[in-house]
Design a protein around this ligand. Structure first.
Ligand code: UGA
Length: 435
């Protein structure tokens, strides 16, 4: 099949490369010539394990190409995907759909023959209706059907998630879209990934409901972790004990510093807004948003407590800045608010992250960046593990103790066991575990 992918960001680029790898002929389009030129030189705009090799292999095979020009690839395409950004709109928290609608207008002028236009961006309920309306208004002769096909991939595991998804959700209003969409995903049938066809509005809501549910699940276990600390219980065992019940499931029950990233914070807010707009408030999701927001400051207070209640003039070393490992994405990373609170408390913050320091440098002021864990630990009054990169899973605590001004370790991802650290004479604080 011939596919045009509009938007070469995280979702567009990964989806485009994977669809090309399935054997389709894919053109990835983006307005940014800087991004497209870099991609033509095989320079990835994001850090995602395996992406560069996948892109290179498919470009070599002649199935994947990049351009800033939308018209020709859209005219030729059987299926056009819209995978542009839908950031939070300033002020009201709703998703900003200007890029999606802009793409729809351009598509309208370019399509030739029957074309399926698929929204892969995360978009509020009703966006598919509007995309179809915009295209028909701009080009009354257009033979087009608009489809919703949300993407559920995670950063850092994007390629595996795309190629072996738990499900593929496809929202259609016109039966003519069923066959081409089935063709797009036919290679996945080998992995027995279920293809779920539903109505377009339902499909749009599935994406938000899934992210809001996962964000709520994380927030639930984070609050249970707080209670564990008060009553002397172990949150990891609680998570295991409840997760073994298949109705609950064991995933996304890791307590930590709160969820971040480019999706959960934005999508929960947008869903809350949709609920309000339709007179159907989502009180649970609203509470999740508020609790997660407060959590970051609570994590800073944990560091204060580890330092005897005061961090003024103290040197705090931060391990990990990105919102999760295996990405360079700093969007809504809990580290941003935690570091700000530490600096407000008078701390001198040093930090190291394997991939995130460049982006962090644009967002944080007054942070000193180091070469690695031992570099930033030198002279530190506390070491705080904020993102669970593999590189931080086997730290040499004997060496750290000789380097640090005070042997204090705050493990906000529960990577270590208490005995392991205390054996080396460290004061150890983690999340939701007795101590
Ligand atoms: C999330 C969803 O997991 C994807 O299914 C979805 O496609 C994506 O959003 C999206 O809408 O595009 P992502 O934001 O890449 O993916 O990352 P997650 O792995 O979901 O992690 C999100 C945040 O939750 C991170 O800050 C992570 O540290 C935190 N988290 C996750 C926890 O604190 N505990 C957990 O048990 C799991």
């Amino acid at each position: 099949m011939k596919i045009a992918m509009i938007g070469s960001g995280y979702v567009g680029l990964v989806s485009g490369a994977c669809l090309a790898d399935f054997g389709h002929e894919v053109v990835c389009i983006d307005k940014s010539s800087v991004k497209i030129d870099a991609l033509k030189r095989m320079e990835m705009p994001i850090f995602e394990p395996g992406l560069e090799d996948l892109v290179a292999a498919n470009v070599r095979a002649g199935r994947l190409s990049f351009t800033t020009e939308l018209s020709a690839p859209v005219a030729e395409a059987d299926v056009v995907f819209i995978a542009v950004g839908t950031p939070s709109r300033r002020g009201d928290g709703h998703a900003d759909l200007s890029y999606v609608y802009g793409a729809a207008r351009e598509i309208a002028m370019a399509i030739r023959g029957f074309t399926v236009v698929v929204t892969k961006s995360t978009v509020p309920v009703g966006t598919g209706d509007e995309v179809e309306r915009i295209i028909r208004e701009a080009n009354p002769d257009a033979d087009v059907v608009a489809v919703s096909n949300p993407e559920f991939l995670r950063e850092g595991a994007a390629i595996a998630d795309f190629k072996r998804p738990d499900r593929i959700v496809i929202g259609i209003e016109d039966e003519r879209a069923r066959e081409p969409m089935t063709e797009v995903y036919r290679p996945l049938f080998l992995n027995q990934s279920p293809l779920m066809f539903t109505a377009r509005r339902t499909s749009e809501l599935i994406k938000y409901a899934a992210n809001a549910f996962l964000a709520t699940k994380i927030t639930f276990i984070n609050e249970i972790a707080d209670l564990c600390e008060k009553v002397g219980a172990n949150v990891q065992d609680v998570a295991r004990g409840i997760g073994l019940d298949n109705r609950i499931g064991s995933k996304f029950l890791n307590a930590g510093p709160g969820y971040g990233g480019s999706c959960f914070p934005k999508d929960t807010l947008a869903l809350v807004k949709t609920g309000h707009d339709h007179g159907s408030p989502l009180r649970l999701v609203e509470t999740t948003v508020a609790v997660n927001e407060q959590r970051k400051r609570a994590m800073a207070r944990k560091v204060f407590a580890a330092c005897g209640g005061d961090v003024r003039g103290k040197s705090i070393a931060i391990l990990g800045l990105t919102f999760k490992p295996n990405t360079d994405d700093m969007r809504e990373a809990p580290s941003l608010a935690i570091i700000q609170a530490l600096q407000d408390g008078g701390a001198i913050v040093r930090a190291y992250d394997p991939e995130g320091m460049e982006q962090a440098g644009l967002l944080l002021e007054g942070v000193q960046y180091g070469q690695g864990p031992y570099d930033i630990a030198e002279g530190a009054d506390a070491l705080v593990l904020l993102t669970e990169w593999d590189a931080f899973r086997a730290l040499d605590f004997v060496r750290l103790k000789t380097l640090m001004a005070a042997p204090v370790f705050v493990d906000l991802r529960n990577v270590y066991r208490r005995e392991q650290i205390e054996r080396h004479g460290f004061h150890y604080l983690s999340v939701g575990r007795p101590g």
